[in-house]
Design a protein around this ligand. Structure first.
Ligand SMILES: Cc1cc2nc3c(=O)[nH]c(=O)nc-3n(C[C@H](O)[C@H](O)[C@H](O)COP(=O)(O)OP(=O)(O)OC[C@H]3O[C@@H](n4cnc5c(N)ncnc54)[C@H](O)[C@@H]3O)c2cc1C
Length: 307
């Protein structure tokens, strides 16, 4: 980025906006991060995690302009840009938008069935509503296992598997799509963060009655030369105890834990199944009860205490 860019406004505090804001701030730019929600990464992580991330943004001199919607852009007198929101104005040398995706499927409107946002509906074999026409990737819907419903979740992980399924199923129904948990990860200010499925807020927004268990412990025993905490959240259905989501944050790379819980969601496991799953213990890497199992054990205990 040119040295004459000193002030940056980033609009959208999802994964992409958060990463852009972080990178500009660590390279010495004065950054303002704007979002309509009241916190950063609201769709992926619960407040217990995003509170810590917001503290890291503030320590790095990023202005968080949250709970405000951008209403316009104007040229500023100094040659920069003025961004107006429903709460104020922010001047910068450049503004960057990271405000989400829309499927670019106008070409196919009226020919194949779509969601109202234009995402093409397919069955589990990637067939559209039109015989012999298949669809995959960001143009399509995916089956979202936590809600057992079709949703629009544009990720490379989905696109790659859908592409393989088109090839497998082009001459018949050979392999059905197993759905997605929208498992994802990001690294911000030295925090490794990963998430899978729903958090409490996103579950409640979909009308689900869930409990969120919060657990924090060191990733390995304190008799080792070093260790550091892992903050975990586990979201589960209050009635069925089915695991619906999890998220993790640590200065140690614990991101693969989201893949573990992704499998639990895909296989419709309960907190009881996850609490008794066989995970290894070796003090270089983990506690005798690894933090995923420990979080699930705490969920079982939370469930007992609530009854
Ligand atoms: C900044 C950023 C970071 C991301 N990071 C991640 C990540 O870390 N993990 C993850 O899982 N996902 C990530 N994604 C999402 C990921 O990039 C997409 O989900 C993935 O690329 C979708 O693949 P696709 O083949 O469906 O679409 P694309 O990769 O968008 O490819 C579609 C192609 O079709 C072409 N095209 C479109 N219309 C036409 C037409 N009419 N005629 C001919 N060609 C056409 C386009 O030019 C394009 O080359 C990220 C996305 C962005 C923008």
């Amino acid at each position: 980025m040119a040295d004459d860019v000193k002030r940056v406004v980033v609009i959208g505090a999802g994964y992409i906006g958060a990463e852009i804001a972080e990178q500009f701030s660590v390279t010495g730019k004065k950054v303002t991060l704007i979002d309509g929600f009241d916190r950063v990464l609201p769709k992926n992580f619960s407040p217990v995690i995003t509170d810590r991330l917001e503290a890291a943004f503030q320590e790095n001199d990023v202005t968080l302009a949250l709970q405000q919607l951008v209403t316009g852009f104007e040229d500023a007198a100094d040659g920069g840009i003025r961004v107006t929101t429903n709460q104020g104005t922010y001047e910068a040398d450049i503004a960057v938008l990271g405000i989400g995706f829309l499927p670019n499927t106008d070409l196919f409107k009226g020919q194949v069935d779509m969601l109202p946002n234009g995402a093409i509906l397919t069955n589990a074999y990637m067939e559209t509503s039109l015989p012999d026409v298949y669809a995959a990737g960001d143009a399509t819907t995916v089956f979202y296992n936590p809600t057992q419903a079709y949703d629009y979740i544009p990720l490379a992980t989905n696109a790659i598997r859908q592409g393989m399924l088109v090839a497998r199923n082009i001459d018949g129904h050979h392999l059905a799509y197993s759905g997605t948990q929208a498992t994802s990860a990001v690294e911000l200010y030295g925090y490794a963060m990963s998430a899978t499925g729903l958090n409490k807020g996103s579950a409640e927004a979909r009308g689900l009655d869930v409990v969120e268990t919060v657990h924090e412990e060191d990733y390995r025993p304190d008799f080792m030369l070093s260790t550091t905490p892992v903050l975990s959240t586990l979201t589960w259905d209050r009635k069925t105890r089915r695991v619906l989501g999890a998220a993790f944050m640590s200065k140690h790379d614990i991101t693969q834990a989201a893949n573990v819980v992704s499998l639990a969601i895909q296989n419709q496991m309960t907190i009881d199944d996850l609490a008794m799953a066989d995970f290894f213990f070796q003090p270089n890497f983990t506690q005798p009860v690894n933090f995923v199992g420990a979080t699930a054990l705490q969920a079982v205990s939370d469930a007992q205490n609530k009854n």
